[in-house]
Design a protein around this ligand. Sequence first.
Ligand SMILES: Cc1cc2nc3c(=O)[nH]c(=O)nc-3n(C[C@H](O)[C@H](O)[C@H](O)COP(=O)(O)OP(=O)(O)OC[C@H]3O[C@@H](n4cnc5c(N)ncnc54)[C@H](O)[C@@H]3O)c2cc1C
Ligand SMILES: *[C@@H]1O[C@H](CO)[C@@H](O)[C@H](O)[C@H]1NC(C)=O
Ligand SMILES: *[C@@H]1O[C@H](CO)[C@@H](O)[C@H](O)[C@H]1NC(C)=O
Ligand SMILES: *[C@@H]1O[C@H](CO)[C@@H](O)[C@H](O)[C@H]1NC(C)=O
Length: 536
Amino acid sequence: MAVPILSLLLFFTSIKSSAYHITDTFIDCLNNRSEPTFPITGTVYTPDNPSFSSVYYAYIRNHVFYNSTTTKPSLIITPLHVSHIQAAVICAQKHGLQMRTRSGGHDYEGLSYLSYSNSTPFFILDMFNLRSVDVNIEQETVRVQTGATLGEIYYRIAEKSNIHGLPGGVCPTVAVGGHCSGGGYGNMIRKYGLTVDLILDAQLVDVNGAVLDRASMGEDLFWAITGGGGASFGVVLAFSFKLVSVTSQVTFFDVKRTSEKGIINIAYKWFQIAHKLDNDLFVRMSFDVVTNRKGMKTKTVHASFPSLFLGNSTRLLSLADDNFPELGLRESDCFEMSWVESTVAYAGFAIGTPVENLLSRTQQPERDRPFKIKSDYLKTPISKKGLKSIFKKMKELENQMITFSPFGGRMEEISEFAKPYPHRAGNIAMIEYETYWNEPGTEAANKYLEYSRMMHDHMTPYVSKNPREAFYNYRDLDNGVNHNGKNSYEEGMVYGVRYFKEINYNRLAMVKTMVDPHNFFRNEQGIPPLQSLHDM
Ligand SMILES: Cc1cc2nc3c(=O)[nH]c(=O)nc-3n(C[C@H](O)[C@H](O)[C@H](O)COP(=O)(O)OP(=O)(O)OC[C@H]3O[C@@H](n4cnc5c(N)ncnc54)[C@H](O)[C@@H]3O)c2cc1C
Ligand SMILES: *[C@@H]1O[C@H](CO)[C@@H](O)[C@H](O)[C@H]1NC(C)=O
Ligand SMILES: *[C@@H]1O[C@H](CO)[C@@H](O)[C@H](O)[C@H]1NC(C)=O
Ligand SMILES: *[C@@H]1O[C@H](CO)[C@@H](O)[C@H](O)[C@H]1NC(C)=O
């Protein structure tokens, strides 16, 4: 349907100039709706509040969005009570505002705090105040509010028990809201699966402002928010998880190799066996490029193998000797420690760093840079010739790092329909491409974004196809974008099939149609209802 361009322009202009007016009446609505015992007043930040910027930037983890020209929020609400979330959801719809929920702000594309559409003003519902963690060792469960970070959960579990843990991501500042609604994978994946595989219950504020738990939301919606992303379905307030058992001592190692020839032999074997090793053993493999500045300024690929073994070093060394002698693991490489200490070591802190670091909500400084992430799934081993070609490409481009995380084990046993996350049996590994840079500005950003795309293109022959699968929690707008205001099922299909495969994408769209048919909870890679807004 053709819309006259002039009327579209007028439409956008009128929305923009009335943004502040909308905000004022919106704040009235919030005040009117919040309970007198829990006033919302102190939790609302308008742009003229001196703390607005610091609140906004506090949870922007990808610095590429620091100077972004994409639309910024008209308001930030930092709820202290569930009634504040309910008020926000109801008033936003009444006043035609869009909402973005932010928990830890680790979204790789900034979807929790930016809008790529200029047409509708939006605000951030920032969950960082809602972060209680309640561990129950008798029942072996933990209930966490979505503003809690993974580090906080790991720390609180260890306060109560050294033989319990929770499988989840390795970066301690990642928060529950995005991580646990969108998959959640880490170094216990081979033994216990994804974080979403351990979710027992959830608490959600839906589009009508109702507070639902698993029983009242029903199994379809519960399924959707345990892997399909919370952002399309409501505001997740809390999740409960079943804890898993860990040995009182685990073993961490991170061996480095610097000879390309040697690395090719190790990697070749890795592709044969990393996904078939004992489920207690997770050996990750990471490649990066080191420039030798002395003399010829040559480049070399280095490899590191950050790994976790759920057992002692004696058993580990015997497993490694029997199955993976190419790695050359030695006793001096192995560090025995408690599971919680291993989460600190795995996050990149020096061994022996106090576990209290898990409570810090400040990201490690080396991550405070612009970056781009992409993902792939590997179903067949890469040949030595393939590896050489990959290394050559990494050296041609700049700042490329590629990490292979082994699958197999528990991931082979769980059905691809059990949760929206479909990348289960038949995968050797998930691949993560990281491009970090230091130069500021859009020119540099565009250069490195292009390098990242070229690296990903180069990998095409080696990885999954039809669809070329990608990890939903590694948000990448190159996988397709749903244009705001339209949000068609067909547009959503492009990235939806990569992230969820067709059957799960369709089921997510069906759930969406039931619970949010007018698509209030939307973003650039959200799940749209089966019929687009235009058809309704
Ligand atoms: C340094 C770093 C390391 C990472 N390591 C891992 C890893 O090891 N394993 C892994 O699986 N992933 C990892 N990730 C990816 C991470 O899991 C995702 O980016 C995740 O979505 C982050 O959650 P968040 O709450 O911190 O992010 P946010 O940016 O706050 O949210 C991400 C998305 O979830 C939505 N959302 C957030 N909170 C809620 C809520 N309460 N209700 C409904 N929707 C909500 C947001 O609107 C947004 O769409 C890493 C990311 C970074 C930046
Ligand atoms: C808020 O309440 C006041 C007084 O009851 C009323 O006059 C006003 O219209 C209400 N505002 C909104 C946005 O509901
Ligand atoms: C290591 O673990 C194995 C089995 O898990 C056990 O039999 C052995 O005694 C342990 N060795 C040490 C030195 O703790
Ligand atoms: C943002 O812009 C400022 C001023 O131009 C600059 O100093 C800063 O480095 C930029 N940051 C990024 C991440 O590009």
